[in-house]
Design a protein. Sequence first.
Length: 583
Amino acid sequence: MAFKSRQDKTQMVKLSDFLELLKSLNVKKSLFALGLILSLITSVANLALPLLTKVLVDTSKWNNFNYSSLVIIIVVFVLQLILGTLGGYVLRYFGESVVKCLRERLWEHLLKLPVTYFDENKVGESSSRLVNDTGIIKDLLASQFPNFITGAIQLLFSLIILVVMDWQMATLMFTVVPVVVIILLPVGRIMVRLGRKLQSATAEFNGAVSEKLSEVRLIKSSNGEACEQKAGNKMIQRIFGIGVLDARVEAVLQPIIMTLMMAAFAGILAFGIIRVGQGSLTSGSLVAFLLYLFNVIAPVANFATFFSQIQKALGSTERIQAILKIKPEQNLSHQTCDLTNKTLTAQKVSFSYKKGEPVLQSISFTAKPNSVIAFVGPSGGGKSTIFSLLERFYHPDSGQFTIAGQNIQDIDLVNWRSQIGYVSQNSAIFSGTIRDNLVYGLNQKLTDNELWHGLALAYADHFVRAFPDQMETEIGERGIKLSGGQKQRLAIARAFLRNPKILMLDEATASLDSESEGKVQQALDKLMVNRTTLVIAHRLATIVNADQIYFVEHGRITGHGTHHELMQNHSLYARYVNEQMVN
């Protein structure tokens, strides 16, 4: 009993969470009230039809048909049809608007979540929450809930009218209801558990598919099709197994319900015919009673589906709330700062992705205005992590980054990022046109001449002009229709157009051939004027001209200086350069 009490309490908490989630959305509750009123009027009209039919049957003779009652029935039927259509539409519109608001809120929240969330959660699972889980709530609010409201009204008043009409036949009918409930409750609980398992397995499959298909070239180049097919089939088989079990339960449940309903109907019909034969019940009363019986049977049959959908919606709410409870990126200050001609400093910064596994250990460096700072060293040393911290994707475990002595955490996040141009080794390119990618994230509108100038600075204007549609060229998902070098130059052009105060280049020229690299390097030299430039590079040509070079290994800076200073004072750097020259 104690376990059941705790379980019921958990269900109530989840239901309260669901209601609280709906309450927090900015939806027009007046729509729901209007739809409910229209549904109430429709239900009243529907309840009046059997009584009007009773009058028609009892007052009509073979040679004297009661046409006035027939006209009233037709009018009430048309009224019920019109109001029922309007009420159903309004309630469904309300349900759609609720889910629209929910999806907008969840999408906004996902975009504001810190990068750490996406490090730990598959993108496919998050998209499943946004699409599938909100879809389940939509089905409940837009379809199942309106049917439940009208069905509950019809059920309640039909039972009252049945008792008033003939308590003996109503008593016979009531004996069936407990039997149906006793059978449906355990089966309903099984369906709830199966529904949750099915949702979880589907979300996991969705996440895995999104991840694998995004790297389909790696799969093909590694001959991994058979391995991925086996892994995918295993997940599909799991979903299939749960689905088959769910179908088996429903296959058993539906005939049981139909058999019970038909048995009840047949028993009540037989009892009614006997009563009519005895003269204790009129033919019209029997017809009306049977019509009201349909008003009872239909909602009872739908209630099982409704409560099953509620359980699924509660599970979806639980997962959605889990995301909404995650704190978004912290922007503790709205103080703006112009980064022009200001010195950037790292002061004993330490950072780890996982506790006890340090990635950076007490690193310090200074980047003066109009200077180029290069970070070199073995892969995995923490160079790209420095850039991630400067972008404020993560926060240092200790130490701080300052700009002109001010902690960068005290600067408005949007203002800070708007002044940084970041080009990574594998720069992101979105589907859409070349123009869409060039202007992405910019808060001002640029002319075509300005866009072409940005492309020219990155030496990307020639290949863009070669396309028939030029800047309106569709480049496919993640820029698949472009070569690696073309994508990189577009990313560099995008950084140019941002007119950044701090320029961060993480192997920005890695995908370029020697000729293009030389041209882009010339453009970078122009762009670096009056800007603080941070560079991660392995190529010697990029390193030697830097004002300061910091050698990063195992999360520590083991030396810094100019190229010539490090060649004399840092043996590992000298070996690193010599290997580059040999290659």
